[in-house]
Design a protein around this ligand. Structure first.
Ligand code: C2E
Ligand code: CA
Ligand code: CA
Length: 684
């Protein structure tokens, strides 16, 4: 933290350390003074002692010098023996010649730990000689050492006593602060904001404690509110996610399973059939003349009829089977554990009989019929798309044969297979021969009358089959691994178009392209995008990749990394067909998504269906919360548009504005659409 000298030592230890240091320094100074004084005193005492001794002795020595009695002098000098400090004594005559000497055995002439002393020998006021004495200082050293030890012991005792006394004193002074610290630590650790510190005094610490408590109270209050809000929001989100998941796997009109659940159950049935080495049947059922009923009796009547048909279908099949509505009047029925073809025949007949019985809808009686096609796994195909296609072929056979019939697929009905081969073999030449064409559909903000971008949608001008929309060839291109190349073509076309349009519109218009799940196995797509951006000198933020949740199915970790790599090139990422898969709201957080495209199936009945309205409102608010752009797909009429605007959805795409169009048509429309609000504003 800035302006804060970080130290881990507690205040208590610091105060203790400071006071002890001060005490120690003071004690050292005092000890030093005492020692110095003592040293002087002992030195003086020694000198005085030697002087007094020498004064007495020099009086006796005067007679020895006078009578030239060396022996007596030596005897007198030997009295110095009694004083250990005297090492050497020399008695000199007045002229400086040596008269007598005393030398202690321990005396060494080179000893430096000594001082010299000189005393005159006087007789009747006249100087008759000198007494030169060498005095040892060891006595002083011993005394000083003893004093030092004493002072050292005293210092230790003082330090220990001070420590023992100051520690609890400091603690008692700091206690309120320490408690404050302890409580704040506890709060930080446990996030228990109900904790308070006791206020025991009115001094600064007491005031600080009071303020601390007030602060914690405020945080507690805010935390409570936040927790309640988060709880409520989480509950709402969970409910929304659950509804989305149910909605994603069920048809909103009949409550039957939908295409997504069918795909899932289809895989399970396949595994089950493989394990038990038996078969399952896929029935495709289409009501005969439903369009006429809808046109003559109205949509509501048609919807009621579909609900009743669903109920009858459910009561006819076994619990382990599945009825699913694909949309419109198309149903798929999965019959598990089939051993005999006759079993399928019997159930199909039962279904037809049930549907032929009279329905009473809104007080009206009506009869209906259906055409049923059937393909069996694994005899008629080993994957869902083949089985469904073959069931479809059989169903059209049933319709051709006069409706209200059941028809089982047989290898003879091979037009479908031929078609597939025709498409698959034509893909490569189409790529080389420029047969693909990119159409564009605008994304608009109808309130502001602005075009916020457009989506590139590929078309195939097939030399034999004519104009083909992607659903007729993208699945086959995915099967043979050519979809990637189609997408690369679309990406480069988008870049070229962007440069062209920037000149026409005088501003770039964001273009989105679709990426098949096949791209998310390796990083090639990242390289291709990088190269395109460089080649066309593009602003990458004007490009957007539309992906679906399906890209994450096989290897979610890798796919996520590739999505992140695409994003880091500077492109926008759109989550396409939202609401049709697992609708994991989690993806909205984990993937670097900028835009969510709400699937067309939500918009279709949004003006009538309360559930779709509720879910759309939920996703609008979620997108706002996560700062994501939301686009409603498939807006076809004014009623859907108004409902969406009322729900707070601002960006839309759909036939109501413009169908996917060729470049030239798109430019014409764009110029018209853009001049419209301006013209209106000018009129006003
Ligand atoms: P998508 O990405 O969900 O594209 C939107 C589809 O909805 C387009 O179908 C568009 O024509 C259609 N649509 C738009 N507005 C409306 C409307 O108001 N009503 C109705 N009924 N439909 C509307 P399209 O062009 O047939 O494309 C179908 C799918 O094929 C796309 O779905 C996308 O998943 C895929 N696709 C299209 N172009 C490409 C491509 O270049 N590469 C890849 N990998 N897939 C593509
Ligand atoms: Ca798309
Ligand atoms: Ca879509």
């Amino acid at each position: 933290m800035r302006g804060f000298t970080s130290t881990k030592t507690s205040i208590r230890s610091r105060i203790l350390l400071t006071s002890l240091s001060i005490l120690l320094i003071a004690s050292l100074i005092i000890s030093g003074a005492v020692f110095w004084n003592y040293d002087n005193l002992t030195k003086e005492a020694l000198q005085t002692r030697v002087r007094i001794e020498s004064e007495i002795i020099s009086q006796n020595l005067a007679t020895s010098i006078l009578f030239d009695d060396v022996n007596t002098a030596l005897e007198i000098l030997s009295t110095y023996k009694a004083d250990n400090a005297i090492l050497y004594v020399k008695l000199e005559r007045e002229d400086g010649s040596t008269f007598a000497e005393y030398k202690r055995i321990t005396f060494k002439p080179d000893d430096t730990n000594v001082f010299n002393f000189r005393e005159e020998v006087v007789f009747e006021g006249k100087n008759i000689g000198y007494l030169n004495i060498i005095v040892s200082k060891s006595e002083l050293h011993d005394q000083n050492l003893a004093l030092l030890i004493f002072l050292g012991v005293i210092l230790c005792i003082v330090t220990l006593v001070s420590f023992a006394l100051s520690s609890p004193i400091i603690k008692s002074v700091l206690l309120p602060l320490l408690r404050l610290h302890e409580i704040s630590q506890k709060i930080a650790k446990t996030r228990d904001y109900s904790l308070r510190v006791a206020v025991e005094s009115a001094d600064e610490v007491g005031r600080l404690s009071n303020m601390f408590n007030q602060m914690v109270e405020q945080i507690e209050h805010r935390d409570d509110m936040l927790e309640k809000q988060v709880g409520q929001r989480t509950h709402e989100l969970e409910k929304l996610a659950e509804e989305f998941r149910f909605r994603a796997f069920h048809d909103s009109l009949t409550g039957l399973a939908n295409r997504a659940l069918l795909n899932e159950r289809f895989s399970l049935s396949m595994q089950h059939a493989k394990r038990h080495r038996n078969h399952f049947a896929c029935l495709l059922l289409d009501l005969d003349d439903f369009k006429t009923i809808n046109d003559t009796k109205g949509h509501e009547f048609g919807d009621e009829l579909l609900i009743e048909v669903s109920k009858r279908l459910c009561t006819t099949i076994r619990e382990e089977d599945l009825v699913c509505r694909l949309g419109g009047d198309e149903f798929v029925i999965i019959l598990n554990d089939i051993n005999e073809i006759e079993d399928i025949n019997m159930i199909a007949r039962k279904i037809l009989a049930q549907l032929n019985r009279e329905f009473t809808i809104k007080g009206d009686s009506i009869r209906t019929a259906a055409s049923i096609g059937c393909a069996v796994y694994p005899d008629h195909g080993e994957n869902i798309s083949t089985i469904k296609r073959h069931a479809d072929v059989a169903m059209y056979r049933a319709k051709d044969a006069g409706k209200n019939q059941f028809c089982l697929f047989s290898q003879g009905m091979q037009e479908d297979v031929k078609h597939r081969l025709l498409i698959q073999s034509g893909l490569r030449p189409a790529l080389d021969g420029n047969q693909f064409e990119v159409y564009f559909q605008p994304k608009v903000n109808p309130l502001e009358g602005t075009v916020v971008g457009c989506e590139a949608l590929v078309r195939w001008n097939h030399p034999k089959e004519g104009f083909l929309t992607p659903d007729k060839f993208i699945p086959f291109a995915e099967e043979v691994g050519l979809v990637n190349e189609i997408d690369y073509f679309v990406i480069r076309d988008c870049c070229a178009t962007m440069s062209e349009w920037t000149k026409i519109f005088r501003q770039p218009i964001p273009i989105a392209f679709n990426l098949s799940g096949r791209h998310f196995h390796d990083y090639k797509i990242v390289e291709v995008l990088e190269k395109a951006i460089l080649d066309f000198n593009m602003d990458p933020s004007m490009l957007e990749a539309e992906i679906t949740e399906a890209v994450l199915i096989e290897d979610p970790d890798k796919a996520q990394k590739i999505v992140h790599a695409v994003k880091s090139l500077g492109l926008g990422i759109s989550l396409d067909d939202f609401g049709t898969g697992y609708s994991s709201l989690n993806y909205l957080r984990t993937l670097p998504i900028d835009t969510v495209k709400l699937d067309r199936s939500f918009i279709m009945n949004i003006d009538k269906n309360a559930q779709d309205k509720r879910l759309t409102r939920g996703i609008v608010s979620l997108a706002k919360g996560l700062n994501l752009k939301l686009i409603a797909e498939g807006v076809e009429n004014e009623s859907q548009l108004t409902t969406l605007l009322n729900l707070g959805c601002q960006h839309m795409q759909g036939y109501y504005f413009l169908r996917p169009s060729q470049k030239g048509d798109f430019v014409q429309w764009y110029l018209r659409y853009h001049s419209l609000p301006r013209a209106l504003a000018e009129k006003k």
